[in-house]
Design a protein around this ligand. Structure first.
Ligand SMILES: [Ca+2]
Ligand SMILES: [Ca+2]
Ligand SMILES: [Ca+2]
Length: 363
């Protein structure tokens, strides 16, 4: 049984050597590189990193077989797996058991060896075509288990003496064309989410958007976000801003200050009047929005005569206490009869103010 098994292996190797591809180009190095699906993930996510074979020059190369030793930091990335979702149909590709170095006995200890064999001739194509822009060999998967700024995945040429990364040419039998070996880093964020903002979600700033002469454009230009866990590691790229209805150049995040659970976003300009501004926390997609609608004292998304009544009630202490952004229409820092005059200016239009009477925010 054992002897016949050995014979079978010999036959396979012989067939392989006989079936090499027609020389189409000079054999050149083939690089192995990583392309993470996402540069930033959250603890608990599945991390996906494509392993690519890339021609070292500007013509297609070809490989017959390859092995890649893969090392990763198991403190941050848990059990490894892979999905053979590349365009080439391998004869066999995976983490084969009984590898020489025993790397594949344990998939969670930070080392593994991936091996792929191209098809036998006359399959079309027999060998694996490797274009200059790269061929997806397989997609590695890891569990993201702990937060870090950089979880590293690398491909050493040799590991623990017997395990070796090797890429064999598809043109010249047995010719080692192993090129450069890439490294990937993935940022892993804690499993936190956005739970509240200040101003609170759906707040509408009713104050004047500028001075009456149109100068000194003013409005919310920073917003505090509250998370359900420590958010000190977050950066500007973790947030995206969009505006509804859309405008050509919505505000962008220019600064992030984080203290424990609280993050203050600084924007490059005030949120635009007559619109909602959506702030999304990218890793989870959770979004809060705040709006600006001049004269909308009662914050119902429409500016009109009812808002003038709401302001008069607020000045007379008739209604609930309103936040300053609903009642200090002229941004003086005080609420008084001048704000009533300013409310009328904003509704009817005065100086450079547009007439906001009847204007609404999208639902
Ligand atoms: Ca292992
Ligand atoms: Ca209103
Ligand atoms: Ca005022």
């Amino acid at each position: 049984m054992f002897v016949s098994g050995c014979k079978a292996v010999l036959v396979i190797v012989a067939l392989w050597c006989a079936g090499f591809c027609e020389p189409l180009a000079n054999s050149a190095p083939v690089n192995l590189e990583w392309r993470p699906a996402h540069q930033t993930v959250v603890v608990g996510d599945e991390v996906q990193i494509g392993l690519y074979a890339v021609s070292d020059n500007d013509v297609n190369q070809s490989i017959a077989s390859m092995s890649a030793v893969v090392l990763w930091d198991e403190e941050f990335l848990g059990t490894v797996g892979h999905i053979n979702n590349g365009p080439y149909l391998w004869y066999a590709a995976g983490f084969f058991m009984n590898d020489l170095g025993g790397l594949n006995d344990d998939r969670s200890d930070g080392d593994i060896i991936f091996t792929g064999f191209g098809q036998f001739a006359p399959a079309d194509p027999a060998c694996v075509p490797v274009p200059p822009d790269g061929l997806l060999i397989t997609t590695f998967t890891f569990d993201a288990v702990a937060k870090t700024e950089a979880a590293v995945v690398g491909i050493p040429l040799r590991h623990a003496q017997v395990s070796q990364t090797e890429v064999y040419d598809g043109f010249l039998p047995g010719f080692d064309v192993t090129g450069t070996l890439g490294t990937a880093t993935v940022r892993i964020l804690p499993a936190i989410d956005l739970v509240m903002s200040q101003p609170p979600p759906n707040s509408i700033d009713a104050r004047q958007p500028s001075d009456v002469d149109g100068g000194n454009a003013t409005g919310w230009q920073s917003i505090d976000l509250l998370f359900d866990g420590v958010a000190a590691c977050l950066i500007a790229d973790d947030f995206s801003i969009s505006v509804e209805p859309t405008i050509e150049a919505p505000p962008v995040v220019t600064g992030v200050t984080a203290t424990r659970n609280r993050v203050t976003l600084q924007l490059d300009k005030p949120i635009p009047p007559g619109r909602w501004t959506n702030i999304a926390y990218q890793p989870t997609g959770t979004t809060v929005r705040v709006g600006a609608l001049p004269a909308d004292v009662n914050g119902d998304g429409t500016s009109g005569p009812l808002d003038l009544l709401a302001l008069i009630d607020a000045l007379n202490g008739v209604t609930i206490l309103r936040p300053m952004w609903q009642v200090d229409l002229d941004r003086s820092g005080e609420v008084n009869s001048l704000d009533i005059l300013r409310e009328v200016d904003l509704l009817n239009g005065a100086g450079e103010f547009e007439a906001w009477n009847g204007r609404t925010l999208p639902p």
